[in-house]
Write a new protein. Structure first.
Length: 115
């Protein structure tokens, strides 16, 4: 919820789609791909989600073989080094960001994806 509020306040982000669990987020992306709809430009992903956790989401996202690469930023409270190492195994994961998310962190992400 806090991340969504920050994204809405940030001048460089136009829209924000929020999902209550990983399965709903995955189904949305899969549906966009199947219908040739516009895919997200960025995914902020928590690894601790109900129904389908972040790791399962990433595994399923890889299987979609999307034409467009969507940069994924893990946003988590986990300081476990094994989680960070696991995230680095997914090519679409661009960074591992510890909560709390700030306007400055969102600006850094936007700068990276827009360059």
């Amino acid at each position: 919820m806090l991340v969504k509020l920050l994204v809405k306040k940030h001048p460089d982000y136009e829209t924000c789609q929020e999902f209550t669990n990983g399965k709903k987020a995955f189904d949305y992306i899969k549906s966009c791909a199947e219908q040739n709809s516009e895919l997200p430009d960025l995914i902020l992903l928590d690894i601790n989600m109900p129904v389908m956790d972040g790791w399962e989401f990433l595994e399923e996202l890889e299987k979609l073989n999307l034409e467009k690469e969507i940069p994924v930023y893990i946003v988590t409270s986990s300081i476990d080094p094994s989680d960070k190492a696991k995230a680095q195994k997914f090519p679409m994961v661009k960074d591992y960001i510890l909560k709390p998310v700030t306007i400055e962190k969102l600006s850094k992400i936007h700068h990276f994806i827009s360059s």
